[in-house]
Design a binder for this molecule. Structure first.
Ligand code: UDP
Length: 327
């Protein structure tokens, strides 16, 4: 990656920070564009100041700042957790539509390659299991998740249209991902359950917990995204990136509770509207086209993630204590 300049939109967020770390480690210069809606400067503050990293605070749904020459673009900018992307649904949709359009135009103007972070949410509440890329999905156009799901579906459409006119675009459909640099208030099940268990709060299972998800450790995902960027010929159509190890939410909670000693009780909350009942990637295409498959089982990645949240919660408690002492 030495000599290459890589633009990472959403680079101060969970996946973006992990990807940036890997790109810098491999010798790339990185430009991050992030509006800090869910990304955090504290993530970037961990990088050595001498590394070739430039941060621009900007929203990709507004006109883009001047960026100069870039070789590669990873479009990771978008709130991805249901409570965060539903907080401002119109903005979520425009991030995926206007934001992606502007980045595609940038790629067209500069000859940069673009990897688009799409999502397993394009399959909605799937009627086919596991989900292959050929499955067209079962998505509500009007429900509370539509701003994200339909925004990403529209982004895939734009990417495909630009690809047909010669722009080098690759689409990753990312399944549930977890690991260090997740926010403790992210609102997704892995961060909620770990943080609840670590702080003896009630563990919230939505519905009966029979719904399934398949959790991919972030290092595996970053590896998949980089392989997708670097494979010689752009795949014809999207590629699923996820870990096919499938758990019911109840099973996943039990795995966490095997690893954290806690006084937390399990409580049930109503299942959110349009919550997908089953989700598991078929990763045949990623195996074949990218030579990629996840290497880190959930039980292993979970330990690192628990370590990350323990430290994050301690830092937060320390900061609160310091503020109280000053007041
Ligand atoms: N979920 C849960 N408790 C929580 C947060 C989420 O039981 O505290 C459930 C949620 O209803 C869904 C699954 O866990 O069925 C995964 O939710 P998440 O928000 O992590 O991701 P997504 O629904 O986007 O896959």
């Amino acid at each position: 990656m030495i000599g290459k300049t890589v633009l990472v939109t959403g680079g101060a967020g969970f996946i973006g920070t992990n990807l940036t770390a890997r790109l810098l480690q491999e010798g790339a210069s990185v430009i991050i564009v992030d509006n800090l809606q869910t990304g955090e400067m504290a993530n970037l503050a961990r990088f050595d100041k001498k590394l070739p990293l430039k941060f621009l605070r900007a929203d990709i749904s507004d006109p883009l700042p001047a960026l100069g020459h870039v070789d590669e673009i990873y479009n990771l900018a978008c709130a991805a957790s249901p409570p965060h992307y539903q907080a401002d649904p119109v903005h979520t949709m425009m991030t995926s539509v206007t934001g992606t359009l502007q980045l595609l135009r940038l790629a067209e103007a500069t000859g940069a390659r673009l990897v688009m972070a799409s999502t397993s949410e394009v399959y909605g509440d799937p009627k086919e299991h596991p989900q292959r890329e050929s499955y067209l999905g079962n998505v509500s156009t009007t429900g509370p998740r539509a701003c994200y799901d339909e925004g990403k579906r529209a982004a895939e459409t734009l990417c495909s249209d630009f690809q047909r006119r010669g722009v080098d675009v690759r689409i990753a459909r990312i399944f549930n991902t977890y690991g260090p640099f997740m926010r403790s208030d992210d609102g997704r099940v892995v961060s909620n359950v770990i943080c609840q268990a670590l702080t003896d709060q009630d563990i919230t299972i939505y519905g009966e917990g029979h719904q399934t998800r398949s959790f991919c450790f972030v290092d595996d995902l970053v590896d998949g995204l980089m392989r997708l960027m670097h494979v010689k010929t752009a795949p014809d159509g999207p590629v699923n990136l996820g870990n096919p190890e499938e758990f019911t939410i109840r099973e996943m909670v039990d795995v966490v509770l095997e690893r954290i000693e806690t006084r937390s009780a399990i409580v049930h909350r109503p299942l959110p509207q349009d919550d997908p009942q089953r989700r598991c990637p078929d990763i045949g295409r990623a195996r074949e086209l990218l030579g990629w498959e996840p290497r880190i089982p959930f039980r292993v990645g979970l330990l690192q993630t628990i370590g990350w949240f323990s430290a994050a919660l301690e830092d937060r408690a320390e900061a609160t204590a310091q503020r109280a002492a000053v007041a």
